[in-house]
Design a protein around this ligand. Structure first.
Ligand code: ATP
Ligand code: MG
Length: 565
C-alpha cells in the first residue's frame, strides 16, 4: 500500500499562526505552553469549514505537545440543543481528535461571568441601559458618524448594580434592560461603542435549565472562557478581527489572564454553502434527506457519502491557513484528497450500474465457475473473494457500441474483449426488441483464456467488468452530484437566493447489479466498483437490499484543473 490508513498526517509547513506560536515560545510568553480550543456553538451540525478549524486547533496542540479543549459556546439558550452537542463530540472524535479532559461549556462559567460583570459595574466600566435594541443600534452611529451616548450612560454604579441584580432575579421582561460595557462611543471601531454584554432572556437553557434569565453575550463570554481555561492562542475566523479590541479590553480591564486572539480566513468551497443558517434551511425545507444527506458539506454528510477522516485531514493540511479574506477552495480538491486515500484503503469489486445482458452461447447452461480474486490489485493484505461466473452475465450498456467509433476498444459486433478475471469473449449477435432497443448480446468465449490471460499471445485492448446474472444482487445506488448549479454565491443573480440554484438532479437513484460479496458489507464500508468509482455502503441498506452512495468518481478533475491554471 502506498499509504496506510494510519499513516502520519502530511507535515505542516510554516504559516503565520505557527510563526507566531514559535515567537511566543521563544519569548516564553506563555512559559512555552500551547493550549488551544475549538469553540463550537451547539446550534447545528459541524461542516467542512469547522473541520479546518478543528484540524488547526487540535493539530497545533498535537504538533507542539500542547492541549486543545472542546468548549461549547452555549450562551444562546434559544437556538441550542443537546442533539447538536452529541453530534459535535462524535464528529470531532471521528475526525481523529481527542479534547483535553472533559468538554467545557461556557454555561459552566455563568456564575464567574456574572461576578465579572458586577465587578465591571463597580469599577464604573459597565452600566445598565434601558434603550431598546433599535435605539441602541441608532445611537451606535456608523463608520463615518460617531455614536451618541445613552442617557443612562452615567447612571451611578450602585443604581446599575441594583438593577443588574434585579435583572438576574427575574423582575423584568425580555428587552427591558441590558448591561453595557462603558468604553468609547466615539471609537473608530464600532464594536467598542459600549457593546451590550448581558441581556434578559426568559428561556430554559439546555444545561442550566431555569436558573438564569439573563445571559452573557458572545464577546464578553468568549474571552473570559479562554482566560479561565488558560488558553494561550485563541484562534478564530477573520470576521472577529474587529472584536479583538474588545476581547483585549475585557481581559485587561478585569485584570484577568490574557490569551492571544489570532484570526484566519474561513474556508469557502465551490458548489456548496458553509453557513449553518443555510444548511438548516436545506434540512428544514426538505431539500435534502437530513443533516447527514450525502450531498451536505457537514461532517456527518461527508461520512455518509464515504469520505474518510484521513481524506478530510489531508484536505485541511493542503489548503493551509492564511489571512487572505476570500479563500474559496475548489470542491475538486476535496474529491482529489478523497480519491487519494480511498485508492489505498478500499477493496475492489465489480458492479454494473446500467446492465445489459450478455449470453455466452458456447458456455454450458448449468455450469458455474468460481474465480478467486484479490480484493486489491497491489495489496495482498486485503485478501480475496470468490466471483461466480456462468452463461448469463451483465456488462455496462455503455461498454457496447453497435457502430463503434475509431479506437473504441470495448465490445462491438465481431470484437473481442477480456472479461476481467474470466475469459476473452467475442460478440456474435445483437438482439433487439420490437422498438429496436438492444436487449441482449450473444457472445462466444475462448476456454483457453480462462482467468483472463491470453491463450496465445493475442492481445485485446479492452477489459470489461461484469457480474453473473444468476448470482448478482440488485442494489440501490445513489449517484450524487453537486447540490448547486452555481459555483459560488457571487454568481447569484439579483432577486434570487441560493435555494434557486439547488439542483434536484443532484441525487439520482438507480438499480445496479452487484457481485454477491457486496451484498453483505456493513454500513459505512468503502469499496471501489472497478472502472466506475468509489462507493460507500449506506445505513439504509440491508443484506437483501444493499444501498450504496457514490463517494467520488474515478476521474480526477482536480489534476486537470491544476494543469489548466
Ligand atoms: P456558521 O457561520 O456556519 O454559523 P459559526 O462560525 O457561527 O459558523 P461556530 O460553531 O461558532 O460556527 O464555529 C466554531 C468554530 O469553527 C469557530 O472558531 C469558527 O471560527 C470556526 N469555523 C466556522 N466556520 C468556519 C469556516 N467556514 N472555516 C473555518 N473555520 C470555521
Ligand atoms: Mg459562531
Amino acid at each position: 500500500m502506498s499509504q496506510s490508513p494510519s499513516a502520519p498526517d502530511r507535515p505542516q509547513g510554516t504559516d503565520f499562526i505557527r510563526t507566531r506560536i514559535n515567537q511566543d515560545n521563544l519569548s516564553r510568553r506563555f512559559d512555552g505552553r500551547v493550549h488551544t480550543r475549538f469553540p463550537p456553538e451547539p446550534n447545528g451540525y459541524l461542516h467542512i469549514g469547522h473541520a479546518k478549524s478543528i484540524c488547526l486547533n487540535f493539530g497545533l496542540a498535537r504538533e507542539y505537545g500542547g492541549k486543545c479543549n472542546l468548549r461549547f459556546d452555549d450562551t444562546n439558550p434559544v437556538k441550542e440543543d443537546a442533539e447538536y452537542v452529541d453530534s459535535i463530540k462524535q464528529d470531532v472524535q471521528w475526525l481523529g481528535f481527542q479534547w483535553e479532559g472533559e468538554p467545557h461549556y461556557a454555561s459552566d462559567y455563568f456564575d464567574r461571568l456574572y461576578a465579572c460583570a458586577e465587578k465591571l459595574i463597580t469599577m464604573g466600566k459597565a452600566y445598565v441601559d434601558e434603550l431598546s435594541a433599535d435605539q441602541i443600534r441608532e445611537y451606535r452611529g456608523t463608520l463615518t458618524r460617531p455614536g451618541t451616548p445613552s442617557p443612562w450612560r452615567d447612571r451611578p454604579a450602585e443604581e446599575s448594580l441594583d438593577l443588574f441584580r434585579r435583572m438576574k432575579a427575574g423582575e423584568f421582561e425580555d428587552g427591558r434592560y441590558v448591561l453595557r460595557a462603558k468604553i468609547d462611543m466615539a471609537s473608530p471601531n464600532v464594536v467598542m461603542r459600549d457593546p451590550t454584554i448581558y441581556r434578559i432572556r426568559h428561556a430554559e437553557h439546555h444545561r442550566t435549565g431555569g436558573k438564569w434569565c439573563i445571559y452573557p453575550m458572545y464577546d464578553f463570554t468568549h474571552c473570559l472562557s479562554d482566560s479561565f481555561e488558560g488558553i494561550t492562542h485563541s484562534i478564530c475566523t477573520l470576521e472577529f478581527e474587529n472584536n479583538r479590541e474588545l476581547y483585549d479590553w475585557v481581559l485587561d480591564t478585569l485584570g484577568e489572564y490574557h490569551s492571544q486572539q489570532i484570526e484566519f480566513a474561513r474556508l469557502n468551497l465551490t458548489y456548496t454553502v458553509l453557513s449553518k443558517r443555510k444548511l438548516i434551511q436545506l434540512v428544514k425545507e426538505g431539500y435534502v434527506r437530513g443533516w447527514d444527506d450525502p450531498r451536505m458539506p457537514t461532517i456527518c454528510g461527508l461520512r455518509r457519502r464515504g469520505y474518510t477522516p484521513e481524506a478530510i485531514r489531508d484536505f485541511c493540511a493542503r489548503i493551509g491557513v492564511a489571512r487572505a479574506a476570500d479563500s474559496v477552495v475548489h470542491y475538486s480538491l476535496l474529491e482529489f484528497c478523497c480519491r487519494e486515500h480511498l485508492n489505498a484503503v478500499t477493496p475492489r469489486c465489480m458492479a454494473v450500474l446500467d446492465p445489459i445482458k450478455v449470453v455466452i452461447t458456447d458456455y454450458p447452461e448449468d455450469k458455474t465457475e468460481e474465480f478467486t480474486q484479490p480484493l486489491h490489485p497491489e495489496d495482498a493484505s486485503f485478501g480475496s473473494r470468490s466471483v461466480p461466473f456462468c452463461r448469463e452475465l451483465y456488462i455496462e450498456r455503455d461498454d457496447f457500441r453497435e457502430d463503434p467509433p475509431k479506437k473504441y476498444f470495448r465490445l462491438s459486433p465481431g470484437a473481442e474483449v477480456r472479461l476481467r478475471y474470466a475469459y476473452y469473449i467475442t460478440c456474435r449477435e445483437v438482439i433487439k426488441d420490437a422498438d429496436g432497443n438492444i436487449v441482449e448480446l450473444r457472445c462466444t468465449h475462448d476456454p483457453l483464456s480462462r482467468g483472463g490471460s491470453s491463450p496465445d499471445g493475442r492481445k485485446v485492448r479492452g477489459t470489461l467488468h461484469w457480474v453473473s446474472a444468476r448470482h448478482a444482487v440488485p442494489a440501490e445506488v445513489r449517484l450524487y452530484g453537486q447540490m448547486f448549479t452555481t459555483e459560488g454565491e457571487g454568481d447569484i443573480e439579483e432577486g434570487k437566493t441560493f435555494l434557486d440554484y439547488f439542483d434536484p438532479g443532484s441525487e439520482k437513484i438507480i438499480t445496479a447489479m452487484v457481485e454477491p460479496y457486496l451484498a453483505g458489507l456493513p454500513a459505512g464500508s468503502h469499496v471501489q466498483f472497478e472502472r466506475v468509482g468509489y462507493f460507500c455502503a449506506d445505513p439504509d441498506g440491508t443484506a437483501g437490499h444493499p444501498v450504496f452512495n457514490r463517494t467520488v468518481t474515478l476521474k480526477d478533475s482536480w489534476a486537470k484543473l491544476e494543469k489548466k491554471q
